[in-house]
Design a protein. Structure first.
Length: 595
């Protein structure tokens, strides 16, 4: 999984932000639009927005177009949402340990939630400047199609607009597609950027924007939400396939459902019956007892209309059968980051995955006085208003993730802690065996930056050098600009990478460039055996003992030879001088002409 959110450019940074209880809301930056021109503190003031705040991602005007093979002219016309979606999808692709060489043999699908297109609004006013790149760069479908193009994915590629539940609906559809066998893996998520004041002005007319820019979810002071931006992508496989592939699993999706409220009090008002029906369907699909869920990452925007409805539905479905001393805990990442709209559902899912993985529940912020519109004394539901360990004695750590939108579409996903995944055996750090660490990028500058990140990884002792080297060798795409480090310890490798990151060269770091036909080009290695005089007794002994892949290949060769020879290939490779089968080379003579 990968994300780019206010105050966090990765899931790891998001987790640290949540653990600290940080609030990433800020004033609207001047590079978006002149807030003073549009702001008025009185909600409902015609043509004005009532909040001068939001959650913003820095650097949305930046894009490594060359990495994706996109011309500067096309990149300038592309919606920054498309650009961010591509970059975050690539980061998720790498986090999943996938390579471009694998993609032609797999069916990969893409499901992306996206509900706004501010960049088109900015460009469409200059009619004389419109071209084909403006059109293709502004379609909402491009947010999915660009990912399929960049990663060479041949499965279904679709952008979804279900209002604020879009990205969680996208994840639910991806799960269904995997279960149906329509794809081998799926990329799902959402993206949202705020480039104009238009939507905020419209919502301000309905008093939906919190003037102080804070989502006061489930609190008596709840007076609206704050708009935010970001992107998130998760890579999904069936559990059986992920285990067979030796993947690192962040979390398990047990099931889920999506529904609509149908006809209610008004088009925009959420409805308890509709949400309740969707929750019941989700837990039927997941095949688990709703009372086994300890925590729900709620939609939780902090509105007077939405909060009571959401709690009422959760209490009705997840409350029965729950021990009195173990109430359902609820919280909302929107109290930290704001409402990321098209990316809200996947943001909640990433938070929930981190919670079940680490066994910790971060505090839901801005909760001081429980909302009087919610009957707290009558229901087994409590707001997680302080950071705390996951409740003990509840079985597998299990959470729900909810999302609903202004068009009445609800979604709920059931998430569980990851199962244990056997790790491949790799040399332990410091066992005296040298380890090869290969790194590559698309440019020298990017390679230096990558070397710095691997230096930090090795010094953090998050994984032994042998495992890092193995992952870098077989679970990353190898680009044209390359380096290789051979080191005995993680600190030795980190020191050499540190020198390379600083100066572009270092002792013990070997660099070079390849000339390939493009991303995903497959190269094959030829092993040449020149005959007599180029080998010696025991030359393969250590390799056979220490490299399982080599040992498997030799075993296969021995099986193939067995019907034709009366000696053992393995025995010869492991033989000592006193036990080796004596051989004498046959004299060589040229073949007659014509043969």
């Amino acid at each position: 999984m990968a994300c780019r959110l206010p105050g966090a450019r990765s899931p790891e940074e998001l987790w640290e932000l949540l653990r600290r209880g940080d609030n990433a809301i800020s004033e609207i930056p001047p590079d978006r639009f002149p807030v003073e021109e549009f702001h008025h503190p009185v909600p409902g003031t015609r043509g004005k927005l009532s909040s001068r705040y939001g959650g913003f991602v820095s650097g949305v005007d930046e894009f490594d177009a060359e990495f994706f093979g996109i011309s500067p002219r096309e990149a300038a016309r592309m919606d920054p949402q498309q650009r961010m979606a591509m970059e975050v999808a690539w980061e998720a692709f790498e986090d999943a340990g996938l390579t471009l060489e694998q993609m032609p043999g797999l069916t990969g699908a893409v499901f992306m939630g996206v509900i706004t297109s501010d960049y088109w609004d900015l460009q469409s006013g200059a009619v004389d400047e419109l071209d084909v790149h403006t059109v293709t760069g502004s379609t909402r479908g491009g947010n999915a199609g660009r990912i399929s193009y960049a990663l060479n994915l041949s499965g279904l590629s679709v952008a979804l607009d279900a209002a604020c539940s879009s990205s969680l609906v996208a994840i639910q559809l991806a799960v269904q597609s995997l279960r149906a066998g329509s794809c081998d893996l799926a990329f799902a998520g959402g993206v949202n950027l705020i480039l104009t004041p238009d939507h905020a002005i419209g919502f301000s007319q309905g008093s939906m924007m919190a003037p102080d820019g804070q989502c006061k979810t489930f609190d008596a002071r709840a007076d609206g939400y704050v708009r935010s931006e970001g992107a998130g992508v998760v890579v999904l496989k069936t559990l059986s396939r992920a285990l067979a592939d030796g993947d690192r699993v962040h979390a398990l999706i047990r099931g889920g459902a999506a529904s609509n409220d149908g006809h209610g009090e008004s088009f925009m008002a959420p409805q308890v019956p509709g949400q309740r029906k969707g929750l019941e369907a989700a837990y039927r699909d997941a095949g688990v007892d709703p009372a086994s869920v300890a925590y729900v990452e709620a939609h939780g925007t902090g509105t007077g209309a939405g909060d009571p409805v959401e709690i009422a539905a959760l209490a009705a479905v997840l409350g029965p059968g729950r021990p009195a001393d173990r109430p359902l805990l609820v919280g909302s990442v929107k109290t930290n980051l704001g409402h990321t709209e098209g990316a809200a559902g996947v943001t909640g899912l990433i938070k929930a995955a981190l919670c079940v993985k680490h066994g910790w529940l971060p505090a839901s912020l801005n909760f001081t006085t429980p909302s009087p519109a919610i009957p707290w004394q009558e229901i087994p539901v409590r707001v997680c208003d302080r950071g705390q360990p996951w409740p003990e004695g509840t079985g597998p750590r299990r959470a729900g993730v909810s999302s609903f939108g202004i068009a009445g579409t609800n979604a709920h996903i059931v998430v569980e802690e990851p199962p244990p995944v056997p790790q491949p055996e790799t040399p332990a750090d410091g066992d005296g065996r040298p380890v090869l660490l290969p790194l590559s990028a698309r440019s020298p500058r990017a390679l230096a930056a990558l070397a710095g990140r691997y230096r930090d990884l090795l010094r953090s002792q998050a994984a032994p050098l042998g495992r890092v080297g193995a992952a870098a060798g077989v679970r990353r795409t190898h680009h044209d600009v390359r380096l290789a480090v051979v080191a005995d310890t993680a600190e030795d490798a980190a020191a050499r990478l540190d020198a390379f990151a600083a100066d572009g060269h270092a002792e013990g770091v070997h660099t070079g460039e390849t000339d390939t036909a493009g991303p995903g080009t497959r190269h094959r290695t030829a092993w040449v055996f020149p005959g007599h005089g180029a080998q010696w007794l025991g030359m393969g002994r250590d390799l056979l003992a220490g490299e399982p892949v080599f040992a498997e290949a030799i075993a296969a060769c021995e099986n193939a030879l067995r019907p034709h020879v009366d000696w053992s290939l393995t025995a010869e490779l492991t033989a000592r001088p006193e036990t080796s089968r004596p051989t004498a080379p046959e004299p060589w003579s040229p073949q007659p002409a014509g043969r």
